[in-house]
Design a protein around this ligand. Structure first.
Ligand code: ADP
Ligand code: F6P
Length: 339
């Protein structure tokens, strides 16, 4: 069950478990704007509570290689506005094996890491859960541009990424209008369509293709493009989620079937970069600080989230079992606004 907002607890600052003296922090999986703000918050909240902080470079990969450094308040100066992650990030196959997990837990113990904050997505939380089972206190902080973590309405990085994509799509629209073209713009999101849905609405796209609606009918799309042309529309913007993909071939097929010049633009990793928005900085700061407070309370195997207007925390197993869907109602609205 979700715990009530930390903000509502008056006495949480008094409760420091004696067993917590050193906190480790790492970033894992794809980087996301705002990760630095989260790292900074972990470091400074922990130091302000009299704890020592160790930074682990390159996610679980760096943990297994013992790439561990001490972090001071000054080490995180001038980082809140920077994109990427100052600790670097990685994907690490060995962490998926029992041997790798045991080694990682032993290294945490060797370096006196009593509590570990893992900033990343669902995969990274699965790793944190394994470490918690091996006796390392762990807290997950949701950091991914995909917004695909079910236990939270907000993930660090989404706001910056969706604004970056929106601005890029506005630019593509200018040239699409000038040339009276159909433009397919592919956005990231792995298997989730949140970036596509939000851009689709914000950019006023004629069509949004997302994995959650995987059975879309390309023939019907082609007829709609032709119908729009007849009605005098000068261009047609399709936002295609990475989970559907195939944008370049789709553009060729559409051009062939409609006779309308069609181009595909794949936005790619530019969506993961750049200075975090205010929202990403603030949510990351609060969630990062909260993760330290939870460790100080002796909590472990939890993930921090923001749900129904409150900062909350969930058991990792429970969080990973949750399912997130895109509301049919929102998708229906997006469709009706594109007529
Ligand atoms: P994200 O955290 O953004 O979902 P990934 O799925 O790539 O990104 O996971 C990041 C890393 O977390 C992986 O490279 C791996 O080291 C670790 N990880 C993922 N799944 C598991 C798992 N089931 N058990 C242990 N570690 C895992
Ligand atoms: O999870 C973030 C994300 O950017 C996804 O949207 C995308 O599917 C994936 O990471 C790309 O990963 P990589 O950086 O390894 O190409």
């Amino acid at each position: 069950m979700a715990e009530n907002s930390m903000m509502d607890k008056e006495k949480y600052l008094d409760e420091i478990e004696d067993s917590i003296r050193t906190i480790g922090v790492l970033t894992s999986g794809g980087d996301a704007p705002g990760m630095n703000a989260a790292i900074r918050a972990v470091v400074r909240r922990a130091l302000s509570r009299g704890l020592k902080v160790r930074g682990i470079r390159r996610g679980y990969h760096g943990l297994l290689k013992e790439e561990i450094i001490d972090l001071s308040a000054r080490d995180v100066s001038d980082t809140i506005q920077r994109g990427g992650t100052i600790l670097q990030t990685a994907r690490c196959k060995s962490m998926r094996t029992e041997e790798g997990q045991q080694k990682a837990a032993a290294i945490c113990k060797k370096y006196g890491i009593d509590g570990l904050v893992v900033i990343g997505g669902d995969g990274s939380f699965a790793g944190a859960q394994k470490l918690a089972n091996l006796g390392v206190n762990t807290i997950g902080v949701p950091g991914t541009i995909d917004l695909d973590i079910a236990c939270t309405d907000y993930t660090i990085g989404f706001d910056t990424a969706v604004n970056t994509a929106m601005e890029a799509i506005d630019k593509v629209r200018d040239t699409s209008t000038s040339h009276e073209r159909c433009s397919i713009i592919e956005v990231m999101g792995r298997d989730a369509g949140y970036l596509a849905l939000w851009c689709g609405i914000a950019n006023g796209a004629e069509r949004i293709l997302m994995p959650e609606e995987h059975d879309f009918d390309e023939q019907e799309l082609i007829e709609d493009i032709l119908e729009n042309k007849k009605r005098g529309k000068k261009n047609y913007i399709i936002i295609n989620a990475e989970g559907i993909g195939d944008s370049i071939n789709m553009a060729k097929r559409i051009e062939e079937a409609t006779g309308i010049e069609t181009r595909a633009t794949i936005l790619g990793h530019m969506q993961r970069g750049g200075s975090p928005t205010c929202k990403d900085r603030v949510y990351a700061s609060i969630m990062g600080a909260m993760s330290v407070d939870l460790l100080c309370q002796g909590k472990t195997n939890r993930v921090v989230g923001y749900k129904n207007g409150q900062y909350v925390d969930y058991d990792i197993e429970e969080a990973l079992a949750m399912k997130k869907t895109i509301s049919d109602y929102q998708y229906n609205i997006a469709k009706s606004l594109a007529i």
